[in-house]
Design a protein. Structure first.
Lengths: 529, 446
């Protein structure tokens, strides 16, 4: 569910963000204190997460810096199984072994209390211990080390360029995140991870003074599992065409210039005529459709009813999976989950319950073949190893099943976007994500976008506005007739996917190559008030 | 640090912190809060937890350079350190041309949002409320998934211009989705109070059970324009999109539903049906709210929409100064007036229409018209000749609250509702009968 803005840690001096966290030997000692205390209190399993979460957000509009936020959050969360039931307790600013042991004892007490209300004991899939290991997001330039002045200058130049090219207003921001996570469990793992993410973005507004109408154009960047290296412009990361899109490197200045011109162009664009169109969807758009119509319905906890009260359940029920012939999509459609993809938001070495990450198919050649499940769920789908997609958004929240990067596999045949458009008679080419909504079982959805181009007889015929498409998940993925090859494969994603009560956020990427969907229902969203 | 902060203790603490300040201006903000929750699904408790958080935030200003720092430790050294850190950050910060200084002393209305019953709710009372709900679901062979969260908070603000504000409050929110075991029916209920003693999970559970069982066997109706009766929960989440857009600056800048060509706005114009009045009042007994805004401005009883006319929009102090108008802050509650009719009476008065329990995944489609899309959920029923005839399959809608409030047929008695769309805010909203509400497609979702 998107978006929910999370709470962050306490605000700190930016210098604090560069200080190293606790030494790994100290972390091991703290963790062992928690594991030992849990076992002494009667836990059959325990894990300890020592987390330091750093954020830096720079927010600007036009020629002004509106806010610079630096936050740090540190604490320890202990999760246990006692009397067959989960318990969890967390403690902020935990400095001593006694602090962690206290949290462990509290978690065990909670598990024992919950056990009185539970019907069935937790079945935890076995997991071998990895000993002392570490993993780090492969980055070449840490954004926290870049002087704030340089980052502010970049955003100011972006805003200036947008205003110079016709924008009336521009809001821009740079979000940077560093999760320093240490995980230890009674399985014998001591895992130290250093995870980085970055998201440069803007919204440009253009106003027609005569009519009073306004249009916006959001940046075509993606939040990524990288750091400042994402802002190092490399020509090979640019995808040229009707507008430039970006792969592993983002030219924010160039995109702002294009964005300002396109926001103005949107004011004069033709209002779409409602009806059936063949849609050509760019990866900067498709990620959100994948997220809502594939990522969420294939989360096993939703399928089982654990999220019924907020996010909802799923149409992709176990009987459909068991039948081995449920056509989620056409034969062109293979959708896979992957927690290892380089540059993706979900990439880590190990998940938050000590499972090494991997890639697995969810829909293969159109057929539903699997779900996303964690250690206490995989027995339900007949597997004895977790898929490694457990996550908690803080040391203070309990880890649970979260969406892996879920992506559409590129087409096996060589196919370019130009060739794909060539034989579309009546279509719309959509770039960028816009408004979005889907029902609680993930059947019926509606999506907008940033840029819409009419296709007539194989040619781009100009810009459209007021476009949204509505479809049903199974019908939509079965209308997929072609996917471009892997040279067009790119990631989009969300920093703020929300799930659970109390709500937790998760960052997740979704990759695809440009894809074609035939005969999709398009509505006109213009209204008069 | 334990949570039990009296006004006298808080005042002394903030005075001490202010005493360390060497900046031109200094503001100290204290938020001391504790949440507890229980979550259940498939008629079993799935998780529970509690979180205590006490944060002191200091904002220091030298001219127009502002720095902010926060701590969650409260020894003398830490208190001085946080002031020094905010001053260092202020010296390093670029000038903020929109900084207009701190608010002076204010007189606040008296609002009572604090109840001992909630502040001191015992773990067994909390668990008992949930167990009662689960038992009712089990007894009727339905599957319940719910969430109960209570919160106690003490908020205070003091600044170097002599302002002091203090507001203790409590809140409990309960929500529940009941599904039939075969997954063909689903119902929902939610309740929000400041006083835990008012929460009765049993009758709320019964409502959700009835909606779930009553929605089995839903039939498909053609999408199109229908007369709808929106229960307060459904109406409220649509109005939330209107509430969030009552901002002066975006209207003046030409990028709001309130904007008109040439930099003009619709402020003062009649925009919707004259039966619609929406106001805010921190002292409203059924929905008390903090009598001060985040920057310390006094919250007064304020009309936002009066008899269909846009009476006020919210201003930042910078924007109000620039425009030479009173800086009315964004309110802490919204109350919409209604009529006296009950939901039953509204159904009886309807020849042909659709009763909507809840709207889900409502998202803005076009900020220019406030067009919102989303779906009905957890209890959608066809009404014919004044009676509920049968459940219907859920619809996707595309509708603007402005268009909707121009198509008012009838307003019922306002009720306190809890937004189910992420904000979990509470509002006073009447059930409303609306003609020509636009459903654009069908959903199979239950």
């Amino acid at each position: 569910m998107l978006p929910t803005l999370p709470g962050f840690g306490r605000s700190v001096d930016p210098q604090v963000l560069l200080e190293p966290g606790l030494d790994v030997t100290l972390k091991k000692r703290l963790a062992n204190a928690g594991l030992n205390a849990a076992k002494a209190q009667g836990a059959s399993y325990a894990d300890v997460r020592i987390g330091r979460y750093l954020n830096q957000f720079i927010v600007t509009r036009e020629d002004k810096v509106q806010n610079i936020v630096n936050t740090e959050s540190y604490g320890v969360g202990v999760r246990v199984i006692a009397n067959g039931c989960w318990g969890f307790a967390a403690i902020g600013e935990a400095k001593t072994e006694a602090d962690v042991a206290r949290a462990a004892a509290k978690a065990v007490a909670m598990a024992k209390a919950n056990a009185e209300l539970a019907k069935e004991p937790v079945q935890l899939a076995p997991q071998k211990g990895f000993g002392e290991v570490s993993w780090k997001t492969p980055i070449t330039k840490n954004g926290f080390e870049v002087p704030i002045r340089e980052k502010v200058d970049l955003l100011m130049s972006v805003n200036g360029a947008a205003l110079k090219n016709g924008a009336n207003f521009v809001d821009s921001a740079l979000f940077m995140i560093n999760e320093q996570k240490y995980f230890a469990s009674t399985d014998g793992s001591y895992i130290d991870q250093d995870v980085h993410r970055i998201w440069p973005n803007f919204t440009i507004t253009a106003i027609d003074p005569k009519t009073g109408k306004f249009q916006t154009r959001d940046s075509l960047s993606a939040p990524v599992g990288m750091s400042y290296d994402y802002l190092q412009v490399n020509p090979s990361d640019k995808v040229t065409g009707i507008t430039t899109r970006y792969n592993q490197g983002y030219d924010m200045l160039e995109d702002a210039i294009a964005g300002a011109k396109q926001a103005k162009e949107k004011l004069a664009a033709k209002s779409v005529e409602a009806g059936k169109y063949d849609l050509i969807l760019d990866p900067s758009h498709t990620w959100l459709t994948i997220h809502e119509s594939v990522g969420h319905p294939l989360e096993l906890d939703r399928v089982l009813g654990y999220e019924a009260n907020l996010a909802g359940t799923s149409f992709a029920t176990l009987d459909k999976w068991k039948s081995k012939n449920f056509n989620y999509g056409s034969k062109e459609v293979t959708l896979f989950a992957d927690k290892t993809q380089k540059g993706s938001l979900g990439a880590v070495g190990y998940d938050d319950e000590g499972v090494s990450t991997k890639r697995w198919d969810l829909v293969k050649d159109g057929v539903l073949v699997n779900y996303q499940a964690i250690r206490d769920q995989v027995h339900i789908i007949g597997e004895n190893e977790s898929q490694g997609c457990c996550y908690a958004d803080s040391w203070g929240t309990v880890q649970f099943q979260r969406m892996a990067n879920v992506s559409l596999a590129p087409g096996k045949q060589k196919l370019s976007v130009q060739d794909m458009i060539k034989d579309v008679k009546k279509g719309i080419y959509i770039i960028g994500d816009g408004s979005y909504s889907i029902d609680q079982q993930r059947y019926n959805f509606q999506f907008g976008g940033q840029l819409f181009y009419e296709i007539r007889d194989g040619q781009i015929a100009g810009m459209l506005k007021d476009v949204a498409y509505q479809s049903n998940t199974q019908e939509f993925w079965n209308s997929c007739v072609a996917v471009c090859d892997e040279s067009d494969y790119r990631l989009g994603g969300s920093f703020f996917d929300g799930k659970g009560q109390p709500i937790q956020t998760n960052s997740v990427s979704h990759g695809s190559s440009t894809a074609r969907f035939n005969g999709v229902n398009v509505i006109n969203t213009a209204r008069k008030i | 640090m334990s949570i039990a902060a009296s006004e006298v203790e808080v005042k002394a603490l903030l005075q001490k912190v202010l005493g360390y300040s060497k900046a031109d201006e200094c503001e100290v903000n204290l938020l001391d809060e504790e949440w507890s929750n229980i979550r259940y699904a498939r008629n079993e408790v799935s998780t529970c937890g509690s979180l205590a958080n006490k944060t002191l935030t200091v904002r220091s200003a030298f001219g127009k350079r502002v720095g902010v720092a926060a701590i969650n430790e409260f020894d003398e050294a830490a208190l001085e350190k946080v002031v020094r850190r905010s001053e260092e950050l202020a010296r390093l910060a670029p000038e903020n041309p929109e900084y207009v200084g701190l608010v002076g002393p204010q007189t606040y209305l008296k609002a009572n949002g604090f109840f001992e019953s909630t502040a001191n709710v015992s773990p067994s009372a909390r668990a008992g409320a949930v167990v009662e709900s689960i038992r009712l679901c089990r007894d009727q062979k339905q599957l319940g998934a719910g969430y109960l969260e209570d919160r106690v908070s003490y908020a205070a603000l003091m600044n170097s211009k002599g302002l002091f504000a203090y507001y203790p409050s409590t809140q409990v929110n309960f929500s529940l989705t009941v599904r039939t075991p075969d997954g063909t029916g689903s119902g929902y209920a939610t309740r929000g109070y400041n006083d835990f003693n008012q929460l009765k999970t049993a009758p709320a559970t019964q409502v959700a059970v009835q909606k779930a069982m009553g929605s089995v066997g839903a039939r498909a109706l053609e999408p199109g324009k229908y007369t709808v009766i929106l229960e307060p929960l459904a109406a409220g989440v649509l109005l939330e999109h209107l509430f969030g857009a009552l901002d002066a600056r975006s209207a003046d800048e030409g990028r709001s539903f309130l904007s008109k060509p040439g930099g003009k706005t619709r402020l003062g114009e009649k925009l919707i049906d004259e039966r619609v009045t929406i106001y805010s009042d921190p002292t409203f007994a059924e929905l008390p709210a903090s009598p001060w805004s985040g920057d310390g401005r006094a919250q007064e009883k304020t009309a936002w929409i009066e008899k269909g006319v846009v009476k006020n929009v919210a201003y930042s102090r910078y924007w109000a100064q620039k425009k030479g108008v009173k800086a009315i802050p964004y309110p802490n509650n919204f109350i919409m007036l209604g009529g006296t009719a009950s939901l039953d009476e509204m159904i009886k008065s309807t020849q042909r229409g659709i009763l909507v329990t809840k709207l889900w995944y409502t998202r803005s489609v076009d900020p220019q018209t406030l067009l919102v899309t989303g779906l009905t959920r957890d209890g959608t029923f066809y009404i014919e000749n004044g009676r509920i005839k049968h459940p219907v399959k859920n619809f996707r809608f595309n509708e603007s609250p402005i268009i909707m409030l121009n198509n008012v047929e009838m307003l019922g008695k306002p009720e306190r509702m809890v937004s189910s769309e992420g904000s979990f805010a509470n509002y006073m909203i009447p059930p409303m009968k609306i003609r020509e509400f636009t459903f654009s497609s069908l959903s199979e979702a239950v």
